[in-house]
Design a protein around this ligand. Structure first.
Ligand SMILES: NC(=O)c1ccc[n+]([C@@H]2O[C@H](COP(=O)([O-])OP(=O)(O)OC[C@H]3O[C@@H](n4cnc5c(N)ncnc54)[C@H](OP(=O)(O)O)[C@@H]3O)[C@@H](O)[C@H]2O)c1
Length: 348
């Protein structure tokens, strides 16, 4: 199999660093350049210490980016759309990890991100990056926009039930977030005395990922209502969603199993976790750290007439870098699981 030349713009960040960790061991990838403005010419291992002695790459300036087969864009939101037109000349294919090209409608983008889109004509050229929903299109895609991490786990948890018409359209997502989701630039709220030990609800309503989730699930359920409450907790990596939905009349546990099995039994990274005994009865993000797995569990209560869904991922794994590598494998015709076939750590 031919090796492709790959570069990462924004490689000193958390998403870029995780991508680099995965790509350095990918058998069909040769890394050309990794960029950082702040750390130009510095060895990668100085910023990503887990990669010491793994690579002798040094950071280049984004201005020195050369042509490559595939460019990963790991820039902050609203920055990638500033660069994208120029970047298209640099690479045959592009995978963007940020939010700028996920939403297809420029008005929806402006409504949620409070700024006009700089390159609205490019929005329709990107395919949303969740392989489990868009595998066929990703295989043919020139440009892919990976989903937000919170959107990824929520969409994957809800998709089979929405598609099979098992739940009501009014859905509440309670999300427990980790600190690495905020990226590597310190802020007052991420300062250790302010952040350590918190259980802090920072976005009770109107979380931006509601727009992505609606975009992806509304073809299966008209007028779907999504409400996210986001709470940051003492966790560096990982994301857990607890989703409250009303089962439609007559829906049984068997129907739910059937929907999940029919959509995910052949999916390499989707696991249904629902046990009646033991420590690990439902999904937990801790054991997914570093992996591309998404674990899903559920509990149906007849007494409460409520279906509680539990979804877990690593925000930097399936939530971004792992998802991006999975998409890359599809775009270049490699086996979809290449470079992603490893379990998490236990204990951790
Ligand atoms: N963190 C997560 O869990 C997560 C999950 C899903 C998706 N994402 C998405 O992935 C993207 C990156 O997130 P992150 O967490 O890795 O952020 P981050 O840690 O803040 O890293 C951002 C990177 O972009 C570079 N950069 C910033 N401004 C730039 C500019 N104007 N021009 C060129 N380079 C610039 C930074 O390096 P220099 O400042 O050194 O140039 C750094 O390498 C975001 O769009 C985010 O939404 C992140």
């Amino acid at each position: 199999m031919r090796k492709i030349s790959v570069s990462i713009i924004g490689a000193s960040g958390y998403a870029g660093g995780e991508l680099l960790r995965l790509l350095l061991f990918h058998p069909y990838v040769s890394i050309s350049q990794v960029t950082s403005r702040k750390f130009t010419r510095l060895e990668v291992g100085e910023i990503h210490p887990n990669l010491r002695k793994v690579t002798d790459l040094t950071f280049s300036s984004p201005a020195d980016l050369k042509k490559c087969d595939l460019l990963f864009v790991a820039l902050p939101n609203s920055v990638s759309m500033e660069y994208m037109k120029d970047l298209q000349i640099k690479a045959t294919k592009i995978i963007d990890l940020g939010a700028d090209f996920r939403l297809r409608d420029r008005k929806v983008f402006q409504d949620w991100y409070h700024t006009p889109h700089i390159a609205p004509e490019m929005l329709s050229t990107f395919i949303y990056g969740i392989a489990e929903l868009h595998r066929k299109d990703i295989k043919k895609a020139k440009y892919v926009a990976c989903a937000g991490c919170e959107a990824t786990v929520s969409i994957l948890t809800l998709y089979p039930l929405v598609k099979h018409g098992l739940i009501d359209k009014d859905i509440i997502i309670d999300a427990k977030m980790s600190s690495s989701q905020g990226g590597n630039s310190p802020t007052h709220s991420s300062h250790h005395p302010e952040r350590s030990g918190v259980v802090r609800t920072y976005k009770p309503t109107d979380h931006r990922h509601e727009a992505e989730i609606k975009q992806e699930l509304s073809p299966f359920m008209k007028d779907i209502q999504i409400a996210i409450t986001a709470t940051t907790i003492e966790m560096v990596r990982g994301l857990l969603v607890t989703i409250h939905a009303k089962p439609l009349a007559g829906v049984t546990e068997k129907d739910i199993w059937k929907a999940y099995r029919s959509e995910y039994q052949n999916e390499p990274f989707m696991r249904i976790v629902k046990k009646t005994t033991g420590n690990y009865r439902y999904p937990e993000p801790k054991i997914l750290v570093g992996t591309n797995y998404c674990d899903i569990g559920f509990a149906l209560s007849k007494r409460e007439n409520r279906l509680v869904l539990i979804g877990a991922i690593d925000n930097l794994g399936k939530g971004t870098a792992g998802q991006a590598v999975q998409a890359m494998n599809l775009m270049f015709g490699y086996p979809e699981t290449t470079g992603l076939e490893f379990p998490g750590l236990h204990p951790i």
